[in-house]
Design a protein around this ligand. Structure first.
Ligand code: C2O
Ligand code: CU
Ligand code: CU
Length: 507
């Protein structure tokens, strides 16, 4: 029996097992009994999911842009702000108030916009009751002591100022979110995460394309309007969320003139949902990834997969006639474990309505920017993602590991040297996809290898997150420009909280 089948049957029969024969079953199945940090599977069947969920949210509201975080600095090339994280309320359903967490009480994310070279000074006020937090600046190449990782928690009630300079040439679609160990998943699904845009001083893309951020998140609500806590399935697979939101709304509608060409920044800011995006009746042109523009546009894409934390910049040339077209996310096989596998159906995320007088499409430049291929590596690392099932007190547990280990705050797992070009080979021996994210640098994917078949990266791009499917090996190249303690982890936030993190000391 393979592990997933085994797990499914254990979950299915769990209610019948007593402590004694659970152990025997586990032993028979060759499972490790120790090592159980997950809150554990509820073997009593229905108790964990007993809350009634709110299955309907209003749809079809006009698309709205995210609110911007105001720059309070008067100086040139400086961005200053105060960001307070704390309780807020939001009506996902009119008349039904939901208690959420928010930055500056702005539901669905206060977008930060800066330019390359800007000096950023942000005072973080943690007003989340009884929980430490941090602000992590996901993807930005900034000093290790400013990146807001779990090593530098800000206590509830305390303030902390982050200060860094945005590197030249780093224009791209980054984001920010909490990173306190063990609490990241909860703080994000309660509402804390927002885009962090770095603008280029000489963007090769026409301003007429606009620049529209589609920040994709999810929400799961109980019927009383409260945010649903993670279930066992969420903790094991990553929270997929009941409702997928674009800039805070379900299936919003964006009206454009027929024939329009538009630029979109797509964010997978969900805890644990894979997005397999396509746009009805249209192809997409990829122009950027996590770390900014790619070298040249990649035209004619029918679909685009974004694992949790990945971003993409695309251009769409809309049809020159009126009509309605949905941006959808198709079912994606990500290696579900246990029961309650979501139905394999396509979801509509938003609708584009083409109406009014037709306009002319906008031509794209052939070249977007120069990306230098990282040269011959002088240092190599091999990492392995694995899973470990266990039983504790008659409850099923699941650990996700890197190199057989769970995160330890003060343990250094890997070392690297400033300026050295490294080749990392990451093998995923588990049954589930895991998106690897590395702090403090952007990397280049070299190739993927699965079932003996090697596929080189189809184009050169800067990435900070890469999905590694079950039994796949991915090779990447990277180079750190500053010393300090960094980390790499799975960006399914429930896996990260469970310890699927390693630390890297750059000297
Ligand atoms: Cu987006 Cu270590 O995180
Ligand atoms: Cu990060
Ligand atoms: Cu994972």
């Amino acid at each position: 029996m393979n592990r997933r089948k085994l797990l499914t049957s254990i979950l299915a029969w769990g209610g019948l097992l007593t402590g004694g024969n659970t152990k025997a079953f586990a032993k028979m199945a060759g499972m490790n009994m120790a090592n159980s940090k997950l809150p554990g599977m509820d073997m009593s069947g229905t108790a964990a999911n007993s809350h009634k969920r709110l299955r309907k949210l209003p749809i079809g509201i006009p698309f709205s842009h995210l609110a911007r975080l105001e720059n309070t600095s008067r100086e040139k090339a400086t961005f200053e702000a105060v960001i307070e994280a704390g309780n807020g309320t939001h009506e996902f359903v009119p008349g039904l108030a939901t208690r959420i967490l928010a930055y500056n009480r702005i539901a669905s994310g206060a977008m930060i916009e800066v330019a390359e070279g800007d000096h950023v000074k942000i005072t973080f006020k943690n007003r989340i009751p009884e929980q430490p937090s941090t602000i992590h600046w996901h993807g930005l190449e900034i000093p290790a002591d400013q990146e807001g990782g779990p090593m530098n928690p800000v206590a509830s009630g305390a303030d902390h100022t982050y200060e860094f300079t945005i590197p030249e040439g780093s224009a791209g679609s980054y984001w920010y979110h909490p990173h306190p160990h063990g609490l990241t998943s909860e703080q994000v699904y309660r509402g804390l995460a927002a885009p962090f845009l770095v603008r280029s001083k000489n963007d090769p893309l026409s301003r007429e394309l606009g620049d529209t951020t589609l920040f994709i998140t999810t929400v799961s609500l109980n019927s009383d309007g409260t945010i649903a806590e993670n279930t066992d399935a969420d903790r094991m697979n990553g929270r997929e969320g009941d409702h997928v939101l674009v800039n805070g709304n379900k299936q919003p509608v964006l009206t454009l003139p027929p024939g329009a060409s538009r630029r979109f920044r797509l964010y997978n800011a969900t805890n644990g949902r894979f997005l397999r995006l396509s746009l009805e009746g249209h192809t997409m042109t990829l122009v950027g990834t996590d770390g900014g523009l790619i070298a040249a546009p990649v035209k004619g894409l029918n679909e685009l997969i974004l694992a949790p934390a990945e971003r993409a910049e695309i251009i769409v040339d809309f049809k020159a006639k009126v009509g309605r077209f949905n941006l959808t996310s198709k079912a994606y096989e990500r290696g579900w474990m246990g029961d309650n596998k979501p139905a394999a159906k396509a979801l509509s995320l938003m609708t584009f309505v083409l109406a009014g007088l037709a306009v002319e499409p906008i031509a794209l430049p052939e070249k977007l920017r120069d990306i230098v291929t990282l040269g011959e590596p002088t240092s190599r690392k091999r990492l392995e993602f694995s899973e470990n099932m266990g039983m504790a007190n008659g409850r099923m547990t699941m650990d996700f590991l890197i190199d057989g280990k769970s995160f330890k705050m003060n343990r250094v797992d890997l070392q690297a040297r400033v300026g050295e070009i490294e080749l990392w080979e990451i093998y995923n021996s588990s049954d589930m996809d895991h998106p690897l994210h590395i702090h403090g640098t952007q990397f280049q994917i070299v190739e993927r290898e699965k079932k003996g078949k090697k596929t080189p990266a189809p184009f050169l791009a800067w990435k900070d997150t890469v999905n590694i499917t079950s039994k796949e090996t991915v090779r990447i190249k990277l180079q750190y420009s500053t010393p300090g303690l960094r980390m790499y982890h799975c960006h399914i936030l429930e896996h990260e909280d469970n310890g699927m993190i390693g630390t890297l000391d750059i000297v």
